[in-house]
Design a protein around this ligand. Structure first.
Ligand SMILES: *[C@@H]1O[C@H](CO)[C@@H](O)[C@H](O)[C@H]1NC(C)=O
Ligand SMILES: *[C@@H]1O[C@H](CO)[C@@H](O)[C@H](O)[C@H]1NC(C)=O
Ligand SMILES: *[C@@H]1O[C@H](CO)[C@@H](O)[C@H](O)[C@H]1NC(C)=O
Ligand SMILES: *[C@@H]1O[C@H](CO)[C@@H](O)[C@H](O)[C@H]1NC(C)=O
Ligand SMILES: *[C@@H]1O[C@H](CO)[C@@H](O)[C@H](O)[C@H]1NC(C)=O
Length: 950
C-alpha cells in the first residue's frame, strides 16, 4: 500500500499542480494504458518522455509518436487518443487483440501524418473524421475487419501518399467528388490506392481518374466492381501496377490503356470482359500480364505479344485464343511462364530456335494442338494434356502426363557455417546462432516474376532488408526467408524470420522498431517484388518480461515532487480515495489482462465456467510428470511440436502435446481451442484432460490411449491382429466420433485431418478420433462451409476442398472414405506413387466375388478363413465417400447407419462392448510413434491424382 500511495502522490501532484499540455499527455497515456492490456513493462513512472516508455517519442515534452506494433497489445483504442494534440505517428500494427471501432476522435489529431493499424482486429465503419487530418501522409488500415463505405471525406487529404485499406470488409462504391462533397478523385498526390480484398461494388467512376493523378499502384482486385473499365484510366500516365482482377467488370477494355507505358504488372483476369483483346503495344516494360478467364472476341495470338520484350509471365487461360501459337513468342528474353490453357489453339506448337532460357512452365493444356516441335531440347515443364497430340493411343510423352513438379521450397541457407541444433522454440539463424526470431509473412501483391525457384531473387530481398534494418540501427543479426508460395489471390507469400543481435531475444523496443520499418513501408523491396505488406506473428519471447502494474518509482522523484509543494493533508485524503479506486481497477485489470490468470489452480476452481472439466496445469507440474520432458518420455514429434507421455500424480497416464515455437498461437486463440475441445465429449473422441498456459508454453494434455494409432495396427507394428469384425467395429467407432463432431457438437466441428494416424485404439480396441489441431468450428447457424487455407494430409485430402478452399464436413467424409479403403487394404493412401482410390477402382469388378478385390486386400483378411461378410457393401460406402464432389458423398450419419446395418447382417450387435481386451492379443502395446501428431501435413504441392500419374 505504501508504494501505491507514493505513486498516487506523484500522479495527483501532476494533476493538481500543472495543467498545461505536457502534463495532460501523461494523463492521456495513463488513460490509454488503462484501456489496454499488455502495455510494455517500461510504462511506469510519471514521465513517459524522460523515463523512456517503450514506443513513446516526445519532442519538447509532448508526445509526438506512439509505435507499439507487435507487442500483443489488446483492448480498444479509446477516444482519449484525440487529445494528444502533437501526435504525428500512431502505429499499433500486428496486435490481433486490438478491437472495437476506430474512434472518431482520431480526427482531432491535426498533426497526424502516419496512421498505421495493419493486421489488428479493428472493425466497424471508418469515421468521417479521417478526412480532417490535414497532415496525413500514410494511411494503412489493411487486414482488419472494417465495414461500411469509404468515407468521401478522405478526398480532403491533400498530402495523402499511401492509402491502404485492403483486406477488410468495406462495401459501397468508390466515392468521387460531387459539388461540395469531396471524393477520391481529389487525391492528386496519392501514389497508392490499395483497395483489394473488400466488397466494394458499383462501377469504377470515370471521374476517379484524370491526368492530374499521380498514382503508381491501383490495386482494386477481389472486389465486386461492375461496369466497364473507365477510358480515363489511360490518363494516369504514372501507373506502374494495375490490378482489376477478380471483379465483375464487363465490356471492352478501353484502347487508351496502351497509353500506360510505365506499367509493370497488369491483371485484368477473372472478370467478364468482352470485345477484342486490348492492343498493348507500347507497354515496353510490362513484366506480368494476366488476362485469364474473360470472354474476349475469339482471336489469334496477336503479333504485338512479341513486342512485349520485358514479359516474364503471360497468363491468358480461357480467353478464346485460337490458331497457331507463333514460335517467336517464346523468344521473349526474360520469359518464365506461359499459361494459355483452355483455349482453341491448334496446329503445331513450335518453341522456335531460341526460346528464353528462363522458361519454367508452358501450360497449353486443353487446346487443339496436334504436334510439337522442338529445335533444341526443351527440359522445363511443358503441359499438353487435353490436346489432340495427347489423345493418340501411344501418347507416352511426358507432356501428356501430369507431372509431379515439386514446389519450389526456397529457404535462406546458412552463411558459411553449420546450422546449430537449438533447444525448443529457438531457431538457428543464417549465422548459425540459436535465438528466438521475430516471424511473420511478407506478402507481395504484384510481383513481376513467376519463377519462384530463383534463389538470387530472395538473396537480393534478404540483403536489401538487412541493409535497411542496419541503416535504421535495429538490433538485428540476420534474417531468413523461406517457403515462397502463390496464394489464391496470386499474391506471393514468403515467411520472414528476423534474428536478434547480441541477445538471444528481442525486447519490446526492438520489436516495435523492426515492425514499424515494415508496417510503415520504410523498407522498400527491390524491383521484382512490387508492393508488399507484412503481417507479424505474436512474439512470445520478450526479454523484458511483463511486470505487475503500478510498480514503485524512485524515491528521488517522490521527494522532488513532494517538495514541489503539495499540501500534505489534502494529499493524504485524496490519495486514500484514489488508492481505493486504483485497487479495484488494478484487480479488474488483472482479470481482463490475462484470461488464464483466473484459471490458475492455486486460485481455486471458481473462475472457469467455459471449461467443462479441463484442468489448468502449471509448467512445473507437467515438467515433473514427464521427468523434465525426458527423451524417454517423448513418444513422437510432428509439425505441431513434441508429444510426451506423462504420469500424473493421481496415476493417470496422459499424452502431452507441447507446441513448439512457430506453432504457438496467441493466448486468446489457444483459449478458444481449449474451450472448443473441452466442450466435446464422446467416447469415440480422445478427451482433453487439461492444458498448460504458463511460462510461455502452450500444451494440451490428453487422455493416453494405450494401443496407439490405427495405422500402427494396420501396418503390423503393434502386433494387434485386426480381423474383419474388429475392423468393422473400428470403422463404426471412428464414424460415430466424426458424426458427433459434424452433427451433434455445438458449434459443429470439421476435423480437417482425418487419417489413420489420427484414429487411436484403446485397450478394448474402441476407436477414438484424435487431433483437433486443424479443426474448424462452423460459425453462425446455417453456415455450410468455411473458406480457409488448404491444410490437411497428402493422400487424404478432399480434391474439391483443395480446388475451392471451401471446407465442408464432406471433406472429412472424403478422408474417412480413404481410411475405410486403408482398413481393407492396409495400404497407405499413396504407396509407390499409386493412389489407393485409383487402385481399388481399377481392380474392382462388381460381378465377381468380393468385387474381385482379393489381390488388393490386406493379406491378413484375404488369407484368413473368416467370412468377409458385408465387404462389398463396405466398399460401396467407401467409394461413395470418395466421390469427386461433396454433394454426392454421404453424411457421416448415413455412414454410421450403413456400417451398423452391415454389422447386424453379419450377426454382430454394433452396440455390445467387446469383452476381449488387447491384452489377449499377441502384441506389445506401444510402437515408437505416437498419435496426436500432424506428421506430413500438407504444405502446398500436388493433388494425389497429380502424384499418382507419375
Ligand atoms: C474538407 O475540407 C474543407 C476545407 O479544407 C472543409 O471545409 C470541409 O469541411 C472538409 N470536409 C470534410 C468532409 O471533412
Ligand atoms: C494518352 O491518351 C490521351 C487520350 O486518351 C491522349 O490525349 C494523350 O496524348 C495520350 N498520351 C500519350 C503519351 O500517348
Ligand atoms: C496496335 O497498336 C499499334 C500502335 O499503337 C499499331 O501499330 C498496331 O497496328 C496495332 N495492332 C493491332 C493488331 O491493332
Ligand atoms: C486452326 O484454327 C484456325 C481458326 O480456328 C483455322 O482457320 C485453321 O485452319 C486451324 N488450323 C489447323 C491446322 O487446324
Ligand atoms: C491432371 O491433373 C488435373 C488436376 O490437377 C486433373 O483434373 C486431370 O484430370 C489430370 N489429368 C490426367 C491426364 O491425369
Amino acid at each position: 500500500m505504501g508504494t501505491r500511495i507514493k505513486l498516487l502522490f506523484v500522479l495527483i501532484c501532476i494533476h493538481a499542480l500543472l495543467s498545461s499540455g505536457q502534463n495532460q499527455d501523461i494523463v492521456i497515456l495513463q488513460a490509454l494504458k488503462d484501456s489496454w492490456q499488455n502495455t510494455p513493462p517500461s510504462w511506469i513512472g510519471s514521465d513517459p518522455c524522460g523515463d523512456k516508455w517503450d514506443g513513446i517519442t516526445c519532442t519538447d515534452s509532448r508526445v509526438t509518436s506512439i509505435t507499439l506494433a507487435s507487442i500483443n497489445l489488446s483492448g480498444e483504442l479509446s477516444g482519449d487518443i484525440g487529445q494528444l494534440s502533437e501526435l504525428q505517428t500512431l502505429d499499433l500494427s500486428y496486435n490481433k487483440g486490438l478491437t472495437g471501432s476506430l474512434t472518431p476522435d482520431i480526427g482531432n489529431l491535426k498533426k497526424l501524418s502516419n496512421l498505421i493499424l495493419v493486421g489488428c482486429s479493428f472493425n466497424g465503419p471508418l469515421p468521417d473524421s479521417l478526412g480532417s487530418l490535414p497532415q496525413l501522409t500514410y494511411l494503412s488500415l489493411n487486414s482488419n475487419g472494417f465495414t461500411g463505405p469509404i468515407p468521401p471525406s478522405i478526398g480532403n487529404l491533400t498530402k495523402l501518399y499511401w492509402f491502404d485499406i485492403a483486406d477488410n470488409r468495406l462495401s459501397g462504391s468508390i466515392p468521387v467528388s460531387d459539388g461540395p462533397t469531396p471524393g477520391l478523385d481529389m487525391l492528386v498526390n496519392t501514389k497508392h490506392f490499395h483497395f483489394g480484398k473488400n466488397q466494394l461494388s458499383g462501377p469504377i467512376p470515370s471521374q476517379l481518374f484524370s491526368s492530374k493523378m499521380t498514382l503508381k499502384h491501383v490495386l482494386f482486385e477481389d472486389n465486386q466492381l461492375t461496369g466497364t473499365i473507365p477510358v480515363t484510366l489511360g490518363l494516369v500516365q504514372t501507373l506502374e501496377v494495375l490490378r482489376l482482377d477478380r471483379n465483375l467488370l464487363t465490356g471492352n477494355v478501353p484502347s487508351t490503356i496502351n497509353n500506360l507505358t510505365l506499367i509493370n504488372q497488369l491483371f485484368l483476369s477473372n472478370n467478364k470482359l468482352d470485345g477484342p483483346l486490348p492492343n498493348l503495344t507500347g507497354m515496353a516494360i510490362l513484366n506480368y500480364l494476366d488476362m485469364s478467364n474473360n470472354s474476349f472476341t475469339p482471336s489469334q495470338i496477336p503479333p504485338w505479344f512479341t513486342s512485349l520484350q520485358s514479359l516474364t509471365t503471360l497468363m491468358m487461360q480461357n480467353t478464346r485464343l485460337q490458331g497457331e501459337v507463333p514460335a517467336d513468342l517464346f523468344s521473349i528474353p526474360q520469359l518464365e511462364t506461359v499459361i494459355l490453357k483452355n483455349n482453341r489453339l491448334n496446329g503445331t506448337l513450335d518453341l522456335g530456335a531460341s526460346y528464353s532460357n528462363h522458361l519454367q512452365l508452358i501450360d497449353m493444356s486443353s487446346n487443339l494442338i496436334s504436334a510439337f516441335t522442338q529445335r533444341s531440347t526443351y527440359s522445363a515443364n511443358l503441359i499438353l494434356i487435353g490436346n489432340l497430340i495427347c489423345m493418340e493411343l501411344e501418347a507416352t510423352a511426358s507432356y501428356c502426363h501430369n507431372s509431379t513438379e515439386s514446389n519450389s521450397s526456397y529457404s535462406t541457407p546458412p552463411n558459411n557455417c553449420f546450422a546449430s541444433t537449438c533447444s525448443q522454440y529457438q531457431v538457428s539463424s543464417p549465422n548459425c546462432k540459436c535465438s528466438y526470431p521475430y516471424t511473420g509473412n511478407l506478402t507481395f501483391r504484384a510481383p513481376s516474376f513467376s519463377d519462384l525457384g530463383n534463389s538470387t531473387i530472395y538473396t537480393s530481398l534478404q540483403n536489401s532488408m538487412l541493409t535497411s534494418f542496419e541503416s535504421n540501427q535495429l538490433p538485428v543479426d540476420s534474417i531468413s526467408l523461406s517457403n515462397p508460395t502463390k496464394n489464391a489471390d496470386d499474391y506471393l507469400e514468403i515467411i520472414l524470420n528476423v534474428f536478434p543481435s547480441g541477445d538471444e531475444r528481442f525486447n519490446r523496443s526492438g520489436i516495435t522498431r523492426i515492425a514499424f520499418v515494415l508496417s510503415n513501408q520504410t523498407y522498400k523491396p527491390p524491383h521484382p517484388f512490387g508492393p508488399y505488406f507484412f503481417l507479424a506473428n505474436n512474439y512470445d519471447f520478450f526479454s523484458d518480461a511483463p511486470k505487475g502494474k503500478h510498480k514503485s518509482i524512485s524515491i528521488g522523484l517522490i521527494i522532488g515532487v513532494s517538495a514541489g509543494g503539495c499540501v500534505l493533508v489534502l494529499l493524504l485524503v485524496v490519495a486514500g480515495i484514489y488508492a481505493f479506486h486504483q485497487k479495484g481497477r488494478a484487480e479488474r485489470a488483472t482479470i481482463k489482462n490475462t484470461p488464464f490468470a483466473s484459471w490458475d489452480p492455486d486460485k481455486g476452481s471458481g473462475d472457469r465456467p467455459q471449461l467443462k472439466g479441463a484442468r489448468s496445469f502449471t509448467f512445473e507440474e507437467l515438467k515433473a510428470c514427464t521427468n523434465n520432458f525426458a527423451t524417454a518420455a517423448n513418444i513422437g514429434s510432428g509439425g505441431y511440436g513434441m508429444v510426451y507421455r506423462g504420469n500424473l500424480p493421481n496415476g493417470q497416464l496422459v499424452a502431452i502435446k507441447r507446441a513448439q515455437q512457430g506453432s504457438t498461437q496467441g493466448g486468446l486463440e489457444f483459449k478458444t481451442e481449449i474451450e472448443l475441445l473441452s466442450r466435446v465429449h464422446h467416447k469415440n473422441l480422445v478427451s482433453l484432460v487439461g492444458f498448460c498456459f504458463d511460462a510461455g508454453e502452450q500444451m494440451l494434455v490428453y487422455e493416453y490411449v494405450v494401443n496407439g494409432t490405427l495405422k500402427d495396427s494396420l501396418s503390423g507394428r503393434t502386433g494387434i491382429k485386426l480381423d474383419w469384425m474388429r475392423r468393422l467395429k473400428i470403422t463404426l467407432g471412428a464414424a460415430r466420433g466424426l458424426h458427433y463432431l459434424h452433427e451433434l457438437a455445438d458449434p459443429p466441428i470439421i476435423h480437417r485431418d482425418v487419417k489413420s494416424t489420427n484414429i487411436l485404439l484403446d485397450e478394448r480396441l474402441n476407436a477414438k478420433v484424435a487431433d483437433f489441431g486443424l479443426s474448424k468450428p462452423l460459425g453462425e447457424a446455417g453456415q455450410t462451409h468455411v473458406t480457409t487455407q488448404v491444410k490437411g494430409t497428402m493422400g487424404y485430402m478432399d480434391p474439391e476442398y483443395y480446388m475451392t478452399q471451401q471446407l465442408t464436413e464432406k471433406s472429412d467424409v472424403y478422408s474417412f472414405g480413404i481410411v475405410m479403403l486403408e482398413l481393407i487394404t492396409a495400404r497407405s493412401p499413396i504407396e509407390k506413387g499409386k493412389y489407393i482410390v485409383r487402385q481399388v477402382k481399377e481392380a474392382m469388378d462388381k460381378r465377381k466375388d468380393l468385387y474381385n478385390l482379393r489381390e488388393v486386400l490386406d493379406p491378413i483378411l484375404a488369407l484368413s478363413t473368416e467370412q468377409l461378410q458385408g465387404l462389398e457393401r463396405f466398399l460401396d460406402v467407401a467409394l461413395r465417400c470418395v466421390e469427386e464432389t461433396g454433394n454426392r458423398r454421404p453424411k457421416m450419419s448415413e455412414v454410421v447407419k450403413e456400417i451398423e446395418n452391415i454389422m447386424e447382417l453379419a450377426g454382430i450387435n454394433p452396440d455390445v462392448e467387446s469383452t476381449s481386451t488387447s491384452e489377449s492379443y499377441e502384441g506389445k502395446t506401444k510402437g515408437n510413434e505416437h498419435p496426436y501428431l500432424n506428421d506430413f501435413s500438407y504444405s502446398g504441392g500436388l493433388l494425389p491424382s497429380e502424384l499418382e500419374a507419375k
